[in-house]
Design a binder for this molecule. Sequence first.
Ligand code: ASP
Ligand code: MG
Length: 409
Amino acid sequence: MALIVQKFGGTSVADVERIQAVALRVKAELDNGNKVAVVVSAMAGETNKLVGFVEQTAKLYDTAEYDVVVSSGEQVTAGLLALALQSIGVSARSWLGWQLPIKTSSAHGKARIEGINADDILASINAGNVAVVPGFQGISPKNRVTTLGRGGSDTSAVALAAALGAERCDIYTDVDGVYTTDPRIVAKAKKLDKITYEEMLEMASVGAKVLQTRSVEVAMKHGVRVQVRSSFSNEPGTLVVNEDEIVEQELISGIAYSRDEAKITLVGVLDQPGIAAKIFGSLADANINVDMIVQNVSADANHSATDLTFTVTKADLERAVETVKADAKDLGYKELQSDPNVVKVSVIGVGMRSHAGIAQRMFQSLADKGINIQVISTSEIKVSVLIAEEYAELALRSLHTTYGLDGDE
Ligand code: ASP
Ligand code: MG
């Protein structure tokens, strides 16, 4: 008898009918002989609505009260699912974050889970009851309700699976798994049977928004096997697991892209110690995350000036430009160029660690299509390039073919 955590996202619990369908899925898992804990999101659109109420009520709001309001969507679905289970003869009860408790930091609106007391819930599950837990919420050391950041129910589910020592955490969502790339753009994209935690982290952080990034970190840390699957079909989904569970590892597992990038170039910035520290120090102080960075060698004869390019999120572009301009006197640049019309494309695969030439194939593939690379960055298992936004689709298709990922259309 295995213990499975099932997590259902907003579209899977969007109305009472769907909640009733979820109850049948839970029952099917019980009929397989398993024990079940369920984590639910709020009904689709509900959290946005609650955030809207907060913003209408107070412009500069108290984040502790924000959490009281926005955590309520999950409380509703947890109670409704427990009722739906009871009405098909399944013994079930809800467990709110504070009742376990799910202990978190005090960072309201983006709290981190610090520990889960699973004793009572486990005793109840072992006594034959289904436990229904609202995702997204916890309780701070000061006994205040907290939330984990948007998309945080995934993290609730994985953390609960770790605390319960569950066999698997099934994340039911509106896609049927993790794909080699965005199937809306590349028709030949294939569903992956398995992907490693590290690859999934890279996929999640470069824009494949299937799982909250934090949930993958928690899964990797605790070795929780996660399955991403559709609540609208019975097909198996994609397993996110340790590398040693994957027998035939592809060189490249996926190609991700992010349109959420914008580029800033400082032309003729002083080439002196302390300049980069100054620029990125001011940006950090302004809470602006910088992603890719390249600095050229000085082109002029006396090596006094160079060009520096970096990227920020599109939403931060204006503030980043203002922040750099405020330091203009110290930086001595000749010109500041900014460009929001860029996209970051990344090829991802743990196979890169042991194979040479992956990056070269990427650059060649883009060159063959006449696509200019503006910035490059790499990690151990990822190569990312920044290109003009208009080429995003062409680049994805061409790279997908280059790395042999095309399936049947
Ligand atoms: N309901 C929350 C949100 O919309 C948490 C979640 O669904 O994961 O962000
Ligand atoms: Mg989600």
